[in-house]
Write a new protein. Structure first.
Length: 557
């Protein structure tokens, strides 16, 4: 198929050329505003995240000279544990410093989103797209150390660099875009692969050499890491983990796709209202009034709907936006429009970010992708043909979908951070040394401090305890004690049959006196030797909320 390549119209694809000083000042303002906003929130944790166990404790093991995959298992590519190890090496080992690292990445991601939006839309639209990242924060640990909190920056940076190339920049932009995608893959390999494949699809038809440059840039950060892991005799285990998945841990956390009913109700009502307004388009007054009423109705729907309806919107709205983007991109390609490459690049970025939610269907991951989905939505609206309506009606209808997403994000944001009186839910600072400067809800903070204090009283410095429960792994980091096993989660990450045997042997040989578990984990224990060993050797000594402390029989209480 012959594709007609026409110069991209700057007037319809952003105003990045408006002036470097002015744009630099605005970008700096975005950085400062997002830093102030995130700085107000980043140390307000809403839950004790498992990532403390499998990423921050992993970083601590790296500082001790251990190698991921060889000495301990990890869920993800190695960049997350090594980055946090570097942060701890410079600033000290603490939960606050880890959250501070995520804070920095969130700020620069917001700036990268603004710069990318500015390449394809007017300044005001780009600002709205960037500011969406301020509200769309993961509800379960908004600043926890998970890979896409870092990878999102490299995804946004790669988008900006590829857009620079498409708008007439040299192949050096593709080289650095490839480097950014390679860095993304070192944090989240599947998202990096999706983004690389989609970007190659956009670049290859116009320049095979450009595609080779992009692929070469991707390998620049990846190959040294592969060689390093291979030199540490860990490449086979890393490949097995990244290709075949983290095993039982992932399976235990799979969830079904949420019901689309809420989204379908919203979509049907929206379509009916739109059709009614279109039928009465000959009356400017009716169209204007109807458009305003429609906007108010959508706002009320979001504000007063049940949480299940909001969850349905969080999952289904991005799918609808991505499908719209795919249809538009294909149509542009069929018509021979050069703009199809821009559309495809923005589409691929949003789709790659959203695919992090699969196969777990995790709401928090869908939420985290929303800034990229919002950027795609605004781009699609901006590129659409102007509505043949009056100014009031046109403004109302153009703002309808972005405003709806904004209100969904605002509702989740408020529910995450604030109570009914707009006071912080997380208002109690941890007393544990590694948790100082970080706030949790009062009952959760007291539980965490109680568990940490108990562990430090009953396990000597440099000693071991066994985290039978998933939640127990976080206390390895907070209490500064050691795991007798290379498996970060019992029954989860890296736990093969041989690892189960080795872990059970290590617990016995090292005379582990303390096991942290919960009623739920005890009931779910499927490995008969471990269940029988715990029942025979350990007895419940203390309970903190759901957490149960088991002590070895005969140990002085």
């Amino acid at each position: 198929m012959h594709v007609t390549v026409r110069p991209l119209q700057t007037s319809r694809l952003g105003n990045y050329e408006a002036g470097p000083f002015k744009e630099g000042a605005i970008l700096f303002s975005i950085l400062i505003a997002s830093a102030l906003f995130f700085g107000f929130l980043f140390n307000r944790e809403t839950a004790l995240s498992y990532s403390i166990g499998y990423n921050l404790y992993g970083a601590q093991r790296v500082l001790a000279g251990e190698v991921p995959y060889r000495d301990f298992h990890t869920l993800y590519p190695p960049a997350t544990v090594y980055l946090n190890a570097a942060i701890f090496g410079v600033f000290g080992i603490s939960l606050y410093n880890a959250l501070l690292g995520v804070f920095v990445f969130k700020v620069i991601t917001t700036a990268a989103l603004y710069a990318s939006g500015l390449m394809i839309m007017p300044r005001a639209w780009a600002t709205v797209a960037a500011c969406s990242s301020l509200l769309w924060l993961r509800p379960n640990g908004p600043f926890k150390a998970v890979p896409m909190h870092y990878g999102a920056f490299f995804l946004a940076l790669a988008l900006f660099l590829v857009l620079k190339y498409v708008k007439g920049g040299g192949k050096s932009y593709l080289l650095f875009a490839g480097v950014s995608l390679g860095a993304l893959a070192l944090f989240k390999h599947n998202i990096g692969a999706y983004a690389l494949a989609g970007t190659l699809l956009a670049v290859l038809p116009s320049s095979r050499k450009g595609a080779m440059v992009l692929a070469g840039g991707f390998l620049l950060p990846v190959l040294p890491v592969v060689f390093f892991i291979a030199s540490q005799d860990a490449l086979r285990e890393m490949s097995r983990t990244l290709i075949f998945g983290p095993g039982d841990f992932l399976l235990s956390r799979l969830a079904g796709w949420p019901s689309p009913a809420g989204f379908l109700v919203f979509a049907v009502l929206l379509a009916c209202a739109g059709l009614l307004i279109y039928r009465r388009r000959s009356s400017a007054r009716i169209v204007s009034s109807g458009s305003i009423i429609l906007v108010l109705a959508c706002c009320s729907f979001v504000i007063f709907s049940r949480q299940s309806v909001i969850d349905s919107l969080v999952f289904c709205a991005p799918v609808a936006v991505i499908l719209w983007g795919a249809v538009r991109t294909f149509a542009e390609f069929k018509r021979g429009m050069s703009e199809w490459r821009v559309s495809l690049i923005v589409l691929v970025t949003a789709a790659s970010a959203f695919l992090e939610a699969f196969p777990r269907f995790a709401r928090e991951q869908a939420v985290a992708s929303m800034p990229f989905v919002t950027l795609l939505l605004l781009y699609l609206i901006y590129r659409s043909a102007p509505l043949p309506l009056g100014r009031i009606a046109r403004t109302a209808l153009v703002s309808l979908l972005p405003l709806t997403l904004f209100l969904v994000g605002a509702r989740l944001f408020l529910n995450t951070y604030f109570d009914g009186r707009l006071g912080f839910k997380s208002d109690t600072e941890l007393n544990a040394e590694r948790g100082r400067g970080v706030y949790f809800p009062k009952d959760r903070a007291e539980e965490i401090d109680g568990v940490v204090s108990y562990i430090r009283q009953h396990v000597e410095e440099g000693g071991y305890f066994f985290a039978h429960a998933y939640a127990g792994s976080s206390y390895l980091f907070l209490a500064d004690r050691n795991n007798p096993s290379g498996a970060q989660f019992w029954g989860g990450v890296g736990v093969t049959d041989s690892e189960r045997v080795d872990t059970l042997r290590a617990i016995d040989e090292k005379r582990i006196d303390l096991v942290i578990t919960t009623d739920r984990d005890l009931r779910a224990e499927a490995y008969k030797p471990m269940r029988e060993y715990i029942e025979k050797i350990f007895r419940a000594d203390r309970r903190f909320g759901e957490v149960i402390m088991l002590r070895r029989t005969g140990v002085q209480q």
